[in-house]
Design a protein around this ligand. Structure first.
Ligand code: G3I
Length: 300
């Protein structure tokens, strides 16, 4: 196959990208995105600040731009993200305790109702673990009680039973890291107690501070062995080594329940990492990393 999406589909997987609503008017951007990818994540447009700028007043203008572009072009959509300490609107940042807990529940219900039945998987909870100690990140949501994550997942299951429900985080790619083990233990606990969770999103933002490690495959297979799908949700690699991109792709392909890869942007110029060149395209050109990923997918 000659595109990433079609090549991934040969093994029942998808290959996606983050999309920005503000770039959908740019033909150079949409032509690559439309040709190559078959899964779409809104880079910012379905986040809390975008979708509920005032409490109880939902705004899906930009989220729908991304969603409609994806669906009109035959692509599935990952929802990102419902409960997160970051990109909270001001009104939510100022809440605490049971009021914040209820606002989180209302937010999940409001956003999931709008897209009900139309989202492949939701990142229900994003980045809830501490970067170093293996425990929970201290945040206003965590301060509402340690059960906030499972409440979010139970709320989400009821709001849209058709969507797969994911926990998504960064720096949980390296199996030896405390953060990885913390998330792993939470997922194991959720599965053992029947808390609804279907997938784990490994963001996979690799750079010099958190480089790719060959134990990534162990991480993927260990999560999968808990009975969840694993998705690489925000892949970018500082410098875009073709060899590292191929290794990441092969690690996913090696685990049956690793069912898709999403890169966090189309071209280097679209990346949130300004000054870096971490993606598969430069301008309209396919980079060596693109070819290495495509070849790995076609060899599977
Ligand atoms: O909304 C303003 C807009 O009004 C203004 O014109 C513009 C000027 O620069 O800034 C806009 O907001 C920025 C927004 O991106 C849209 O471009 C924010 O300042 C900026 O902080 C925001 O960055 C996003 C970041 O999440 C915020 O946390 C990045 O685009 C986005 O790629 C990044 O994505 C996250 C994932 O959601 C979660 N995992 C990590 C990943 C990378 O940080």
């Amino acid at each position: 196959e000659s595109t990433l999406g079609a090549a991934a589909a040969q093994s029942g997987r998808y290959f996606g990208t983050a999309i920005s609503a503000g770039k959908l008017g740019e033909a150079a951007y949409t032509s690559i995105a439309n040709a190559e990818f078959n899964m779409v994540t809104a880079e910012n447009e379905m986040k809390i600040d975008a979708t509920e700028p005032n409490r109880g007043q939902f705004n899906f203008t930009n989220g729908d731009r991304v969603f409609n572009w994806a669906r009109q072009n035959g692509k599935r959509v990952r929802g990102h993200t419902l409960a997160w300490h970051s990109q909270q609107p001001g009104w939510m940042q100022s809440l605490s305790g049971s009021t914040l807990r209820q606002a989180m529940i209302d937010h999940i219900n409001g956003v999931m109702a709008h897209y009900r039945g139309n989202i492949y998987a939701w990142d229900v909870v994003n980045e809830a673990f501490d970067d170093s100690n293996g425990g929970r990140r201290q945040s206003n949501l965590q301060a509402t009680g340690n059960d906030w994550i499972e409440v979010a997942f139970r709320t989400a299951r009821a709001a849209d039973p058709a969507a797969k429900l994911c926990y998504n985080d960064y720096n949980i790619d390296n199996w030896t890291w405390a953060k990885t083990q913390g998330v792993y233990n939470m997922v194991r606990d959720f599965k053992s107690r029947g808390v609804p969770i279907d997938c784990v999103g490994l963001q996979a933002h690799f750079n010099s501070g958190s480089p790719y490690n060959s134990n990534f495959r162990t991480t993927i297979s260990s999560f999968a062995a808990l009975g969840v799908d694993v998705q690489i949700t925000e892949l970018d690699i500082q410098g875009a080594s073709a060899q590292t991109y191929a290794a990441v792709t092969n690690d996913c392909l090696a685990v049956p329940r690793c069912n898709g890869i999403t890169v966090w942007g189309v071209r280097d110029q679209d990346s949130w990492r300004s000054g870096d060149t971490p993606l598969l395209f430069s301008g309209s050109s396919k980079k060596p990393a693109y070819t290495s990923v495509l070849n790995a997918l076609n060899a599977a």
